[in-house]
Design a protein. Sequence first.
Length: 515
Amino acid sequence: MYGDTGRGTAHFRKQLRTAMSSTPDRPGRGLQPNVLGTFHTIVMAVAGSAPAYSLAATSAVLVGTVGLGGPAALLYCAIPMLGIALAYRQLGRIDVNAGAGYSWVGRTLHPFLGFLSGWALVVAATLFMVAGSLPAGTMTLTVIDSRFADDTTLATLIGAGWFLVMLLVVLGGARLSARAQLLISGVELVILLAFAVLALVHGTTAGRNTGTGTAHAFDWSWLGFGHFDGVSGFASGALIAAFYYWGWDVTGNLSEETRNSRRTAGLAGIVGVLTVFALVEVFTIAVNVILSADDIERHSTNVLTVLGEQVWPGVGGKLLVVAVMLSTVATLQTTLIQVTRSLFAMGRDRTMPAAFGRVHHSWNTPWVAVATVGGVALALILASLALGPVHRILGVAVEAIGLQVAVYYGLAGLAAVVAYRKMLHRSVADFVLGGLWPLTGSLFMFWIFFEALGSFSRTALVLGLGSLAVGAVPMLWYWRQGSSYYRPAKLDASRTVQAGEPSGYAHSTTIVTDY
């Protein structure tokens, strides 16, 4: 770095202008700034976590893993997850970058770990294209005519159609994506909030009636550790719970397109985590109270539908199916945004093909990245027809994605502590919110990752770990090609604040810090 001198800062800015003039698309062109406001960004954070979809796709998996301990798994995963959201807020204040953790981890821990962080997100998002598109097709068929809901081929084709629609929306730019999310997620959240109230009322009444065939009366032990099968059982439950929350960090990938993003992106992520926690906790408790274990096992692919029928016979099931369908479509969109913005940042840095860094002249979107992701995902969606029923695909995908998420969230938590290490002594709030809590979140993510290695299926481990290992190929290739990403300016919050440097374009600088 250049220190605190005006001459050093001026030289930094000169290098920045020079580097920015050599972007792969055309001089000075990037993503369109100041498109999203605070409210739009919060909507994106909630939509990214997809509360209705997560409940529908994961409730049976969570109950099968931890039984009545589902509410506890969600609670004890939410606490460290907030630590990761705080880490994103801290890092976003000093480095505005569409690559988010890919940039932050690379500039604080090591470029290899930064690439691994970005690669983990890309792989998790690509897997989700399949895990999300199939239920979108199934739920659409359920709304139209439930007799066709078990037709895997038809569900796959309709899911692929939804995916293509969302691909076109993402290609149209952040403003169009935000408007679509307001409509889609708005209807979803209204339905979920209404059913959360109805489920609580119904559950209270059912809990007093022990002979009615309901699952259980509410018990505070559901928020304790007594329902976990040892330490490894708790870790497995927490890793599945992490899947419920995953996606709020899309706000970091949208930071270059957000107004006042140094404040807005981090705030939206925190609000997103809290909102999703409240919704999924209420519904998971409702599942325990209203449905029996046999109900959940028999209806593993449509737990919310059965819950809706119990709460509001005749209408409730259909309405919750609509909510799940909308949630699935919404999160397909935010996941596409995450993976394409990450690939855009990697292409811009020449750690992936430079074409990924090209921005469309009218839509201001990384169109090459969007087209590539779309082609790969569609191929995987169609290939999934050979893998069997939807619920089998979802179970493996959820576990594999959980491993990927734990890796890149854990690295981001460590990156925040390292970047702010010289500022943690300023106050108790700085120490707790900027250091202790993000560090706790990071260690928790790594712990559940290693614990889950002994309990997940072999297929999930091969898919999760094998896809991570494949990332070594492009990483080493572009490292040998001399990408400047592997010679980064260290991200130091105290030095950035002192020098007043325009952080957020570290991808363009040629400042070298040897490791």
